[in-house]
Design a protein around this ligand. Structure first.
Ligand code: FE2
Ligand code: FE2
Length: 211
């Protein structure tokens, strides 16, 4: 097989497997974020090509964490200001990786801006409102929802109900109001997507171990 004929989805799969080896939490988190982001993009009525771009960007949104030192990435207590500044570089690092891979250039901006906030208080550029690409605004909501509901070694994840309330509380401050409205109006579908993603992750782990 010629390497030039590697299909796009295989390239994404390879990238995700590398990420999984470096940081299994980011891999499983990103899988759920990709499912939710794709669903929200569909519910917003975006065209199929844009939905695909958002889906891929969501899978890779945290890939820049590959460049964050273990001592910070795996720290279970709170980060110092300096460590937090280092952690924040992951969106720029992810952008820089995507920019260098021709096939991923179209997703690079969505990775770069996934920690911007609707009210302008995010990073790296402090973009505000609709200046933030829609794909990044969608990923931001899914990203936070998953962070709130995920259990880590140092804390128990919160319930879906509490997480939906938290997303609602941050509507128009941290998050794009249109995205939040779609997210909150379709809670059953969002939960279905998360559970489907968790099953896919289990299947992936089985394939990964035995193949
Ligand atoms: Fe991130
Ligand atoms: Fe994330």
């Amino acid at each position: 097989m010629s390497f030039l004929s590697i299909p796009f989805h295989n390239l994404i799969d390879i990238t995700m497997k590398i990420l999984d080896t470096r940081d299994p939490y980011t891999f499983t988190h990103s899988w759920r974020v990709a499912g939710m982001s794709e669903k929200v993009a569909q519910l917003l009525g975006l065209d199929s090509e844009y939905i695909e771009i958002i889906h891929v960007a969501a899978h890779l949104h945290d890939m820049g964490k590959i460049g964050i030192p273990d001592a910070i990435l795996n720290k279970t207590s709170s980060l110092s200001d300096r460590e937090y500044e280092s952690m924040k570089t992951h969106s720029m690092k992810g952008f820089e990786i995507a920019k260098k891979i021709e096939i991923l250039q179209g997703v690079s901006d969505y990775i770069l801006y996934h920690h911007e906030r609707w009210d302008g208080g995010g990073y790296p550029e402090g973009l505000c409102g609709r200046a933030i690409p829609l794909g990044s605004r969608i990923i931001a909501v899914a990203d936070s929802f998953d962070a709130i509901t995920s259990s880590r070694t140092y804390r128990q994840g919160r319930s879906y109900e509490e997480a939906f309330k938290e997303i609602e509380r941050c509507r128009g401050q941290q998050f794009c109001p249109d995205t939040v409205d779609v997210f909150l109006d379709n809670q059953d579908e969002i939960i279905e997507v998360i559970e489907a993603a968790n099953l896919e992750i289990e299947q992936h782990k089985t394939d990964y171990v035995y193949k």
